[in-house]
Ligand binder design. Sequence first.
Ligand code: NAP
Length: 420
Amino acid sequence: MINVGLLGLGTVGSGVYEILNSENNNFKKLLGKDISIKKILVNDINKKRQVKLPKGTLTTNPYDILHDDDIHIVVEVMGGIDRAHDYICEAFKNNKHVVTANKAVVAKHMDEFLFLSNKYDKGFLFEASVAGGIPIIKPLKQNVRINNISEIKGILNGTTNFILTKMIDDGLGFDEALKLAQELGYAEADPTDDVEGFDVKRKLAILASIAFNNQIDVDSIKCSGIRNINTLDISMFKKLGASVKLVGSALCSGNKVSASVEPLLVNKNSTMATVKGAFNIVSIVGDTIGQLQFYGQGAGKKPTANAVVCDIYDIISGQYKTDHFIQNGHIKEADLDLFNCKYYLRVNTKNISRVLGLLDKNHIQKFTIMSMKNNLVLITDNTSAKSMEIISSQLKTIGEDFSIVRLEDDLNTNALCIGI
Ligand SMILES: NC(=O)c1ccc[n+]([C@@H]2O[C@H](COP(=O)([O-])OP(=O)(O)OC[C@H]3O[C@@H](n4cnc5c(N)ncnc54)[C@H](OP(=O)(O)O)[C@@H]3O)[C@@H](O)[C@H]2O)c1
């Protein structure tokens, strides 16, 4: 009998409970072992639950799980950083395997968790922490063994993808689309983590750490969200034959790693543009494999719980011992140096010459103006991401309403519609 201790019984935890207790899957038959969820840690023992539990399963004392010698696998699906970190470390020290869906704690403490899992020869798997139901971490680890990965990028947040899809397809403004996402349960009451790109930043840090075999410092990743994108921007993007997506991208060349989370303009006929609503996509480029893409549901009870249960299966069947990546013990900062692209810039300004002066001062002399009616709208020639970052901070300082969106390399802007 394999005993599991669950830390958390919310959306993901109850999905895991349901799958492990379902009569309809081959899981136990294939493993030839029985699995039982012995204890579950929650905040409130009296709360009404989505699943029927045997009496005495719930506890509010983490040590009922972490110090129980009969529990072999701890599944952390409670969220947060500090407590989750402490419980995961304690689980390893008490000879337990760990599975987690918690991107926040993995992005921050991956190196330490890998060190402990190797020290105690236990599995540490976290497939559900990035892109929910999409299997990306396991294939990425497999490909890293053979390939030098030069690029990883993806649409990694269903909430922002839903909002942008509603803005593009149904003509909603940002606030209306956000409200709808909240009403339908796609967005939290406080949507900051999603709309500012922080959630994608954590997921990108995890993916880039594995892809480039160095733990990437999550706080060094530059991040701008989608809050500034308005209906005028959307109509300009349509004129360009483009669609906008919030994308996390990381590049690696030699010892250098660049990473950013920002809105990206992609060709409206590209694969990325067809990723709608709450779906996610991740693409990697390796020197042997070329480009690979992974697509599916990026969140939700069943898809995410499915990823957690796949990790439990791999641990029970011993498929975790090769996880000896990222052990060089230092954390690498990501910069913007490898990004050199065209940018869309819109500034709602009464002082166009001041904005043009700002561009000139930051060595952006080549650009195509799309509009000068109330808003200055232009596309720059290839320019460094650093220059655009400086321009963004200067526009913020002078209090302008503006949006900056990077253009995907293959977006053809030769046929720009110029309507000055
Ligand atoms: N939801 C998704 O689609 C999804 C997708 C991918 C990854 N994830 C990740 O999975 C994790 C869980 O997400 P979720 O949506 O399932 O969260 P959730 O619905 O809010 O559930 C959290 C659970 O953990 C318990 N809990 C939280 N803090 C606790 C503490 N300090 N001590 C004891 N129990 C505690 C809660 O207890 P009570 O029930 O008593 O309040 C609840 O059962 C998060 O890290 C999230 O980022 C979620």
